[in-house]
Design a protein around this ligand. Sequence first.
Ligand code: MN
Length: 491
Amino acid sequence: MELKQYEFWFVVGSQDLYGPQVLDTVDRRAREMTDALNASGLLPCPLVYKLTAKTNAEIQDLVRQANYDPRCAGMVAWCHTFSPSKMWINGLASLQKPYCHLATQYHREIPNEEIDMDFMNLNQAAHGDREHGFLGARLRLPRKIIAGHWQDPQVQRHLGQWMRAAAGVQFSRTLKVMRFGDNMREVAVTEGDKVEVQARLGWQVNTWPVGQLVETMASVTDQEIAALMERYRASYDFATDDLDAVSYQAREEIAIRRMLDREGCLAFSNNFQDLYGMRQLPGLATQHLLAQGYGYGGEGDWKVAAMTAILKFMSQGMDGGTAFMEDYTYHLAPDGSYSLGAHMLEVCPSVAAQRPRIEVHPLGIGDREPPARLVFEGHPGSAIVVSLIDMGGRLRLICQDIQCVKPILPMPNLPVARVMWQAKPDLTTGLECWLTAGGAHHTVLSYDVTAEQMRDWARMMDMEFVHITDGTTQEALERDLFLADLAWKLK
Ligand code: MN
């Protein structure tokens, strides 16, 4: 699924009061601005100028089309002139697509000699946008507001980032998740209300028997396996002689992908307690599928599988990397605290600092043969970790800022991919906040998606958002969670 297949509709607010000459100028400038924004290279999807709106009927008609058109991932509005907001009410009250209010103006600076009453009539964004802002607030419209000059790369980048989050909303609404088996026995945080999630987020989460995967594996040909082994060789170093174990992972990958593609699923989960008929837990197989953009969650965690797919989609074309992650253990030294993230096997190589190695080691749990897996270190850089939890009656999205580092220890006997980071505001405060909010051990770690984009996504999805930042204190967080709990119960 391509991010570029979505488009965003640009609508410029005005009214008939100003006469055709002003409206022609507004229309011409809107086209010029659209062309410039598209040419900036900072928007991931095309912006399509639709109209300069002058009436209630025009806006309602455009919103109806936007709701109906699956390519339209959102609307971007701006008021070049004053645009009385009552004519926007009927349209915006029925809008089902993400909405961005771009508060800009055509001219960058006030032209000292040129400015007169004609100029003032034409260039009224400063108060036209305030009328529009009032209506958004009055309607409680979930909206993104971006202010600044449209030629400023900062503004263009900001709009582009919002587009990625909004496209993530559309992606979410069509996402299908394939579950192999159920969740790991007795685990609470990986559970959740799949009916509620489908109603709110659109996810279709369904189960397929592991036996069907085993049958599909049996139908994979030697030629298909050989071709995939060549792809492994092109991307990874083979640090094992056990080619049988590696080719078994290739067989698993081909079979899982065949089932995913047949059902139109872009994320999957499995559980090491339910591998009946399989010789190895998929490791390398899952990692290579993750590298191709599929979402994955271990131990039946379908929520993190879906979130991984969504963040991967939102960051398509970027190169920082996004991975299914798990907090494993801490380094609580007086001179510096670190979190070590890893998983039994399935960390995505998109976050690797160097060319991953394929290794084969025993697993210790799951009662299967030693699986082949990719081993590597995650690269340094600022990132976020994200966890979606079911609070009973509503969802909470928790996002924490982190700073990834080159692992401070080589850990030569750790047989899995690993990422090391310093959590914000610091390890122990961050941990206290994370536990207070109820964040899971499974997360999505992304170097590309920002906390602001997750906040945008959560707002559009109508869910609670908790952000643990450099400035978060446990006291403030507790108060915020208490108030949010009251508010969300009333909603
Ligand atoms: Mn796990």
